[in-house]
Design a protein. Sequence first.
Lengths: 566, 264
Amino acid sequence: MTELLVKNACVIDPLNRISMEIMDLPIRDGRIVESVSSVADVIDAQGCLTLPGGIDSHSHVCGTKVNFGRYMSPEDMRAGRTARRGKMHVTSGYYVPTTFGNSYRYSTMGYTTVLEGAMAPLEARHTHEEFTATPHQDMMANTLFDGNWAIMEAVQKHDVRKAAAIVAWTLSAVKGYSIKLTNPGGTEAWGWGEDVSSVHEQVPNFNVTPAEIITTMIQANELLHLPHSVHLHCNNLGKPGNFQTTLETFDLVPDSNNGRQTLYATHVQFHAYGGTTWQNINSKAEEISRSVNAKPQIVMDMGQIMFGRTMTMTADGPMEFNLYRLHHNKWSNHDVELETGSGIIPVLYSKKSLVNCVMWAIGLELALLTKNPYQCLLATDNPNGAPFVKYPEIIGLLMSKRYRDEECATLHSGTGQRTVISSIDREMDWNEIAIMTRAGQAKALGIITQGKGHLGLGAEADVAIYPIRCRDVDPSTEYRKVTEGFQKTMYTIKRGRVIARNGEVIVEGANSTFWVNPSVPEEINVADDPEFVKKFKEYYTVRMSNYPVQDVYLPRGKCIRTEAMR
Amino acid sequence: MHQDGGDAVRVILETKNRSKPFLPIEAESIIPRNFLKGTDLTVYEGNKERDLSELFWIFVEGTAVSPDKVEVVLKGDTARIKRVGEYMDTGAIRIVGNIGMHCGNFMSGGLIEIGGNADAWLGREMLDGSIICHGNAGHYCASGYRGEKHGMKGGRVEVMGNAGDFCAEYLTGGEVYIHGNCGDMAGVEMKGGHLIIGGDATRPCGNMKDGTCTIFGTVRRMLPTFKKIGMQLLPEPQITMEVYTGDIANRGKGTLMVKPFGSA
């Protein structure tokens, strides 16, 4: 039995409606409890801001795609180098750091849970190996189904139960967490040198449309009672005028779950562009957030970009090729058999570029114009918009109109005409920031029942204590204190164990990987479906029996079972 | 020799015998400017930090007040000492024998003279100053580092012997003169500057964007993506060269000068 008492904590816990209360947090065996004995270790938080551990609901930190980014950019390994120190391994890299680099930096920022944004099912083993090497964060993997041939055949036959059965088999085989659709249909079309340019355009060879894929997968997701909703990267990412596609997509979404959203739309900043060319691109954040404000069934994340060098990586192959044609820098594309694809290129977001400035403004506008902070979460689609180490700056920008104005003054002079950022006066408060960085994420990912995202009785004791006296600091003027404070916790506690102190990680990690095993009725289990088995044998390069990820890849796996169709 | 002038200092570093002579030494601290304040410097031997005096016999002759009057001489078994002269901006380093990898990285001024051979990455991403190597140079002489888009940007590297593969990769400015032969892919991805090869080369200047490469020896496996645009008589030595432009596969505008086949 290990006990810990955090005293004098200024707690903000939106899910339990606690706002800046000075209180004690007793912790026993990794859980928040009523009280602890007098022999418990004591941490004095000195009245500093104490939040549930941070959750990143969309980040690319593990897997083949990220690793390919690493080997495409050996020059990045010259940045961010730290020597071995105490329990810390050597790290290097800035926008695609080593797995330990990611883990330590998340830990020192108070983040304890991360969802990997896109895992190709066929390459799941690698992802799980890297999860194990990201030792201080509990991990989950969005599993890609956007170009899955079996799914598209089921969609074509309007067979939701079949689609659900395929999802169930795949998720349990690859130990995935949720359904990810990346440019649904588009990545498959890219295998034939094409793309889809609207949700109602046919995917070549399959006679289905992205709209049909999205709606069928939403139904399948709810049929399986998965903890998270469908996680969607809309079609037409990064194209001027794409906000129409995004709005059309949002209009497809029914409200079919009482506990959470029915659609998680990720990095919406990249999907909120007006205009027709890069010359006349402008912000359509108002239209997008108006739609989201009217639809409680949708949650989005910002996909904020921050200026500087980074790497874009996504399963959206055709989009990366378009980017390559703009930049003529390094580029890679990858095809994952019957499942999906990917693309990677490095980018530099510059204040001299009007397009980049408009993108920067759109992300912030989305967050500020969305009324309910549970519906617009803070993320940069790490590392696509910016490496996650920029989150504290984004928090500063959201909390301070003055900081935004100062930044706007340094941007390309045309930014004001294309955006509305300078007319927005909203300044977020501590509670809203806590929602956008932990409570909202926990709710959207469906992990509140796993004890994440709050500090109520029985919750997992993931706690972040920041050196900010939030009662004395005025974020709208003292935003530097805010950004500095969020960069480095005084203490990051994971499952009741202090893992980081003042920016130093002090223990070896022992994370868990959450995965979902939905059980479906025997008669529709695809493992016994002769057609599915035959196609698998014909088209895959691996045998169906070798496809599932063995338990040894998840040394601390946590299985969430769901009952489908009951 | 400069004992009483007070206007120049020579620091002689002679290697001591080491119990593990194959362990590399990382010696980015060996640059002339650092010796103005004495010889109290550290280097890494493997993963252990060592005082300079643990690895070298140190002799100091004379005194100086400005770094450009500092000369560092390295003697003995120096072939495994890496990163000598990294970020050096003035003064001189003379190496009597061979030198290890990454000699003269990012150098922005001064002179490095190597009596023997240099290992790989000689003068990598150099900005200015000059390096003379009397022996051979290893691979990636005067190039960029892995993944970097710009190699050497200025200054001069002269190698009296041969150079290895990828000589002057991503060369962006300055001059590289190899008197002997080059290995494979000399001047690949060149973006500027001047590469002169006295001897032979194989597959030179692939994906060249700009700059000039002159080869006096035999070119093996000349790339087909270079277009001949004429002949030119060089002022010195007086040889008529064939002039090619390329690499046209990627709309490059570089100049590749090659001695006509069969000429003396």
